[in-house]
Write a protein that binds this ligand. Structure first.
Ligand code: TRP
Length: 331
């Protein structure tokens, strides 16, 4: 048995991640495998809380997997699997539903958000989504869950459910904590630089995807919103657009903000945008190429999913069995 602390994260199967999630999260995940035992679940069961096109849903996990590997996550070191391949998620989630309160679920901001946006499909799965997410996490006795700020409430609820369950039956679940990476940039939308870069804002052109072509990437940066001054200076309060470009350039090149301000001293925003665009193109090029090669080898990706599900099931079933015994199911 490994002594490493355990990390689990769930990834929505929704096509290419953004530049923001690469720089803010995925890039760190590749390094985390050295220090932690990592599980990454592609959460197709969560995905169907919104209506999905079956043909798309059948395809996106492969794209997701190819991209994870291309971003440096080694499937020999980390366990990558599809949620629906490990039935324990559905099984534990039912149990946890019975230890999660209606009031708690009603207070979830993601539920309120999503139900106001999809008033015609407020299904029970959307409501109990957090109990499934708690199952994802608790099955692996995860110590840490790397998530964005929007998921913190779900992690807190997971802890509350675990505390409640442990309070009745003894120490069954490890209490997880959100994992805030030591490094990791917060990348903002290029058109609305006070908002986080997000696929839901894709229509405005301010979001760059890992799989975007070099032409698209350059165009997105060329159009990035700046301000009415001319000086390239990091000032997040007054110059959010330029500051965002500076931080993107900094993570791509390893240069400090000071270096960058000096580099563009006396130059305009046009130069800055062109240079950042170029740097991002070069950063993403090998990832896109690797992902494209991997995608052509579906048999390999299927093997990774099969092995991942086997490894995940082993750990998950141990926890599930313990839970079943504790609550009095005949096992
Ligand atoms: N709810 C998460 C999101 O919207 C995805 C997710 C599902 C998840 N299960 C998880 C994240 C478990 C962390 C751990 O992004």
């Amino acid at each position: 048995m490994s002594e490493k602390k355990v990390i689990l994260s769930g990834i929505q199967p929704s096509g290419s991640p953004t530049l923001g999630s690469y720089l803010g999260a995925l890039k760190n995940w590749a390094l985390m495998a050295e220090e932690y035992e990592c599980f990454y679940s592609i959460v197709d069961m969560h995905a169907i809380t919104a209506r999905q096109d079956p043909a798309e849903l059948r395809k996106t996990p492969f794209l997701q997997l190819a991209l994870l590997i291309a971003c440096g996550i080694d499937p020999e070191k980390s366990t990558i699997f599809i949620q629906s391949h490990v039935p324990a998620h559905a099984q534990l989630s039912w149990v946890l539903n019975c230890y999660t309160m209606y009031g708690e679920l009603s207070r979830m901001t993601q539920f309120k958000d999503k139900s106001s946006k999809n008033a015609d499909n407020i299904n029970a799965g959307l409501f109990t989504y957090p109990a499934l997410q708690a199952a994802d996490i608790l099955l692996y006795q995860a110590d840490y869950v790397p998530v964005g700020a929007d998921q913190k409430q779900h992690i807190e609820l997971t802890r509350d459910i675990a505390v409640r369950f442990n309070g009745i039956y003894g120490d069954v679940f490890k209490l997880p904590e959100p994992y805030i990476p030591k490094v990791g940039a917060r990348i903002m939308d290029l058109q609305n630089p006070t908002n986080k870069m997000s696929k839901s804002e894709i229509a405005d052109g301010g979001c760059v995807l890992i799989m975007d072509t070099p032409e698209d990437i350059k165009r997105s940066f060329k159009r990035a919103v700046t301000d009415s001054e001319t000086s390239v200076r990091y000032d997040i309060e007054n110059k959010p657009g330029v500051s965002n470009l500076i931080s993107i350039y900094s993570v791509c090149t390893g240069k400090t903000f000071d270096d960058i301000e000096r580099e563009f001293d006396g130059k305009g925003y046009g130069d800055l945008k062109a240079n950042v665009g170029e740097a991002v193109v070069e950063l993403l090029r090998p990832i896109r190429e690797r992902a494209t090669t991997l995608l052509a080898d579906k048999a390999y990706l299927e093997t990774v999913f099969k092995n991942g599900a086997e490894k995940a099931s082993y750990t998950a079933n141990k926890t599930l069995r313990k839970v079943y015994k504790k609550i009095g199911f005949v096992v």
